[in-house]
Design a protein. Structure first.
Length: 473
């Protein structure tokens, strides 16, 4: 029994993009004529050569160009690396001479130890058409990109392969096809002869995840439960011991394009309330099945909805000038059916009007403050200067100084007013009589006040000086 093991290098060409979650892939099985890839078989970069170079085992082929942008599980890939064991990893490269403690021939979609070897923390994502221990008499791999944009097809073929411990050739030819634009994946087979899988290990399926070795922890996957004409795909049961071989012209398809009525995501909003005009970033998950389009809508009553012009991405920045409901409408291009998310309510609360009442009061005085907007609550920033009853607005001046009165609505909007408490003046000093045309000076022990006369027809007084002039008897 061999134990060839190796290390994967850093992530190759991968960039984020709008695409599909693994769970959205639809599986189907059908028959279609098998067409071999034209061209010469290529020599592997590394692996094991048995018998002086005649038989290859556990080889790999790094940095194979796809020839177009291929979207898979919400990432975009332009290259892949192939294992001789009939699986590929998107966006990864292998070293030429470095080895480590895991095996490429162990079928391990889930990256767990369930049912066999595993978990070897292989890089992701993996697409496995017939993951078993493959051997070949000489080179067995070739690939080609055919067609024209935007409908090109990349095909990689493991030609005339055998299984370790059974035969080194003449058992099965296997292809993986990647389709531009639709991002469909096909597994195609040509049965050549009956063989037995090494240790009984064989899996067929696809996984999500991204990253170079080691990718730790259990991984999401789709796994087929047989190699027949109508297998079942499962995301919860991994089949590592498939028996039999796919028949000639058998095709297993993984289709990420939407069908039927979409399943909308959940809207998140950065802000849902304010007292003045504000902006809120609304978003839904960008990772959706192929063919899904977005349309943001608004409604004043959560009943009648209007599409927002140009708001067709998975995010929308709303400028909230009045209270408004928002939602995102998902439409599947393939079916023409639509479904909307639950709405989110962005509320613009009305702030209270200005506070009415004196801005300067005497120490010990009691004053009532009012606001034209009902339902608010009163408070004082410095209760050592003035206290105020929350429900009535009745304020009592406690000590000299300045406090800030606040009137706050239940939603949090508020208005304020500074109030200064001053010490009451002492008794006025000066003559109680003054002759017409004469003047007399009045004073107070506490400066800073303003003088007034109750009847300026008889006597006037300087507002800041306290100088009285007799006018009439």
């Amino acid at each position: 029994m061999k134990k060839l093991i190796f290390l994967f290098l850093f992530l190759a060409i991968v960039k984020s993009g709008f695409s599909q979650p693994l769970s959205s892939y639809n599986f189907s099985a059908f028959s279609s004529t098998y067409t071999a890839v034209s061209g010469s078989l290529i020599t592997p970069t590394n692996g094991t050569s048995w018998g002086g170079g005649g038989t290859y085992d556990d080889c790999w082929y790094p940095s194979i160009p796809i020839g177009f942008n291929f979207n898979y599980c919400c990432s975009t890939y332009t290259s892949l690396t192939a294992s001789q064991n009939c699986w590929i990893v998107l966006g990864q490269t292998f070293p030429s001479t470095t080895f480590s403690s895991f095996n490429t021939f162990d079928c391990d979609l889930s990256n767990t130890t369930t049912g066999g070897f595993g978990a070897f923390n292989l890089p992701r994502p993996i697409i496995a058409a017939l993951w078993t221990d493959i051997m070949s008499s000489g080179n067995c791999l070739r690939y080609a990109t055919t067609g024209s944009a935007p409908n090109r097809v990349f095909t990689i073929e493991w030609y005339n392969t055998g299984f370790w411990g059974s035969s080194s050739s003449g058992l099965e030819s296997v292809e993986i096809k990647l389709y531009e634009t639709s991002n469909i994946i096909d597994f195609a087979y040509d049965y050549l002869g009956s063989g037995t899988y090494s240790f009984g290990h064989c899996s067929i399926g696809i996984t999500d995840g991204t990253g170079a070795y080691p990718v730790t922890g259990s991984q999401n996957y789709w796994s087929l439960n047989s190699t027949g004409t109508s297998p079942t795909a499962s995301m919860t049961t991994e089949s590592k011991f498939l028996t039999g071989q796919p028949a000639t012209n058998q095709v297993y398809r993984w289709d990420p394009n939407c069908t039927g009525t979409p399943t909308p995501g959940t809207v998140t909003a950065s802000v849902t309330g304010g007292c003045t005009t504000y902006t809120s970033l609304l978003s839904v998950p960008a990772c959706v099945p192929n063919g899904i389009t977005f349309q943001w809508q608004s409604s004043p009553d959560n009943i009648t909805w209007t599409s927002i012009a140009g708001a067709t991405n998975n995010t929308y920045t709303a400028t909230v000038t009045v209270s408004m409901y928002y939602r995102c409408l998902y439409t599947c291009a393939g079916s023409g059916l639509s479904a909307a998310t639950a709405s989110v309510h962005c509320i613009l609360n009305i702030p209270p009007s200005a506070i009415s009442g004196p801005s300067v009061v005497c120490l010990g005085s009691i004053n009532t403050y009012t606001d034209a907007t009902p339902g608010g609550s009163w408070s004082s920033s410095l209760i050592s200067v003035a206290t105020i009853i929350a429900g009535t607005g009745v304020m009592t001046a406690v000590s000299a100084g300045t406090t800030v009165l606040s009137y706050t609505m239940p939603a949090g909007c508020y208005t304020t007013m500074p109030v200064t408490v001053v010490t009451a003046p002492s008794p006025i000093a000066g003559s109680s009589t003054v002759c017409v045309g004469s003047t007399t000076l009045y004073t107070d022990g506490i400066g800073g006040g303003t003088w007034t006369s109750s009847n300026p027809l008889f006597a006037t007084i300087g507002s800041s000086t306290g100088l009285v002039t007799g006018v009439a008897p």
